[in-house]
Design a protein around this ligand. Sequence first.
Ligand SMILES: [Zn+2]
Ligand SMILES: [Zn+2]
Length: 417
Amino acid sequence: MSVEALIEQHGPSRELRDQARGLQDAAVALRRSLHQHPEIGNDLPVTRDQVLEALDGLPLDVTLHKTTSGIAALLTGDKPGPTVLLRGDMDALAMPEDTGLDFASKNANMMHACGHDTHTSMLVQAAHLLSDRKGDIPGRVLFMFQPGEEGHHGARHMIDEGLLDLPKNVDGSDSPLTGAFALHITSTLPVGMAGIRGGAIMASSDQLEIRVKGAGGHASAPHLTSDPIPVACEIVQALQSMVTRRIDAFDPAIVTVARINAGTTYNVIPETASIEGTIRAMSAKTRSKVHELISQVAMGIAAAHGLSAEVEIHLGYPVTVNDPTFAGFSTEVATSILGDKKVVQLPNPVMAAEDFSYVLERLPGSIMFLGGTPSGQNPATAAPNHSNRVMFDEDAMEVGVSLYAAMALRHLGVRLS
Ligand SMILES: [Zn+2]
Ligand SMILES: [Zn+2]
């Protein structure tokens, strides 16, 4: 569809962009303050206080989560309608910062290197923007400020604590959650662009541990031992054959053994060998099949040699799946705001994982990548997310605030103006 046709359908969004522009100074100030005081995991007291202060005075019903520092803030529009969820994550990474920015992290070994500081600030500004339009909103907006995205299952903890079990409206009418949207900034896409795809957009991520158990002894008399080392090596090789021979090439998986550990010296056969690695998949079906096959391969090979193997799989995040209809909708809304050819349909998913996947298991919705390459840099060579040198162009936040607000409003059926 042409941009003109999309603008015709969704409205020109000029006023919305102007509103977002008016919030840009506040967006930058809050982002920089968050950037200077990064926190890690599910307990983010300083971050939570900053967010609450920035939301102060808005007409929101704020629920402070108890099991984490999560904040659920509900905006009720003046007209009846369903509820839409917008997610922003608030946590940083355990790593040093080497950007040289004058608002660089003040906390040793903590850095907002995934841009969650920008997400938090954008969502706060979106709450301001949408609160201003409360009178026109037919329904409710649930702002989800989550901790612990970087491997700490923050979204799952918030869901377990009742994030999605919303009360009815004050008048007793229903306002069910009907959609969920998230953005993720990336330094490898130019400002003013967005990237999305329907279906799987990010992988599941699980941790693998195999322990091969034999019997140790003298290295000169292996027949009197049950040597776990050649068995562990065979398992590592067989896992790769298993992936290529038994997993559908069009529904791929990755099994990477990243660590092998056995033995203490050159003339002793050890009793055990351990194997550790990561498992990535693009569908729940392949994910569980890989789990099953890993046990089969490891135990089968160990048994063939008279040893045993214990397999432990620590479940990480599920596959992040964008509902195709919602991905199409987000593409249309974003194109009407950003312009022609500015919303890239990603040909492939990303093998990283995201815990917005837990929300998308419960609600239809989508996550979109937001362009944030620092000005003057090449997206192909800019330091990527999670780098100690990653930087983001703060102009991306104005775009992100418009996108958050536009997706919520359009989802609730408001035509933009
Ligand atoms: Zn990250
Ligand atoms: Zn992230």
